[in-house]
Design a protein around this ligand. Structure first.
Ligand SMILES: C[S@@+](CC[C@H](N)C(=O)[O-])C[C@H]1O[C@@H](n2cnc3c(N)ncnc32)[C@H](O)[C@@H]1O
Length: 245
């Protein structure tokens, strides 16, 4: 009886850790996120229970993990990216600890740096950015983030879960004092074969990113201008016409 909270990495199935893959290949049950690669779910033994997390609330996920472990099963909870970076891994760990279930956390390659890297963007760069701020575009209660503190950050700002409300977020940051000409990138489906990257400035990035598929990460700061030219960049806001301009 054991539960492992395993980071699946950002999308490319090759980016799981050796330890994570080993546990996955030996498990009795896998409870997996939508963002975890299907190829990784296929790595579980053919007779392992496979439970998608999609239809479950967080409380139900916690209950399922505890119940399966109490049945004596070795369980892998396969989570997108890293379990403890905007992944609610801490909540699952707390539920397991409260139920007296032994558990292990296997870190994953988080999208926080892997996805910008896949677009040629280093999140830190000597002399350009020595600070990285991670934030979600939605506060815990579903409301807007604290724009004033985000607008005041130095270095690089990496925003999770921001695509659907990018227009509102960009406007909120600009109203709170972030310069409209701040370099901006949106990286959609990072590390996957259909990755798309849009670059531009904060005031134009929402138009440029319109229609991109999720999941997507927003990167703001001078490091965006350092991006190499990976073959997957498909359009750049700076070269797009502004209607009416
Ligand atoms: C619930 S959070 C999970 C983050 C995950 N635990 C991690 O460490 O990467 C989901 C958000 O992560 C970002 N994300 C995850 N995978 C991504 C990918 N392959 N490309 C772009 N963004 C990604 C998106 O902002 C997405 O909305």
């Amino acid at each position: 009886m054991r539960v492992a909270l395993v980071g699946a990495g950002p999308g490319d199935p090759g980016l799981i850790t050796v330890r994570g893959l080993e546990l996955l290949r030996g498990c009795d049950a896998v409870v997996y996120d939508r963002l975890a690669a299907a190829e990784l779910v296929d790595e579980a033994p053919h007779d392992a229970l496979r439970i998608p997390r999609d239809e479950l609330t967080q409380a139900q996920v916690n209950e399922v993990l505890v119940r399966l472990a109490l049945q004596g099963l070795d369980v892998v909870r396969l989570k997108g990216g890293d379990p403890y970076v905007f992944g609610r891994g801490g909540e699952e760990a707390a539920a397991l600890a409260a139920a007296g279930i032994p558990f292990e956390v296997v870190p994953g390659v988080s999208s926080l740096a892997a996805v910008p890297a896949a677009a040629g963007i280093p999140v830190t760069h000597r002399g350009v950015a020595d600070t990285v701020t991670l934030a979600t575009a939605r506060s815990a209660d579903g409301g807007p983030p604290d724009y004033a503190s985000l607008a005041a950050t130095r270095g690089t700002l990496v925003l999770f879960m921001g695509l659907a409300r990018l227009r509102e977020v960009a406007a909120g940051l600009i109203a709170a004092g972030m310069p409209p000409e701040t370099h901006a990138a949106v990286v959609a489906r990072g590390t996957l074969p259909d990755q798309e990257v849009v670059t531009g400035t904060l005031d134009r990035i929402a138009d440029a990113a319109d229609g991109l598929p999720g999941p997507a990460l927003v990167v703001l700061g001078e490091v965006v201008a350092l991006a190499g030219r990976p073959g997957r960049v498909i359009r750049e806001a700076a070269t797009m016409e502004t209607p009416g301009a």
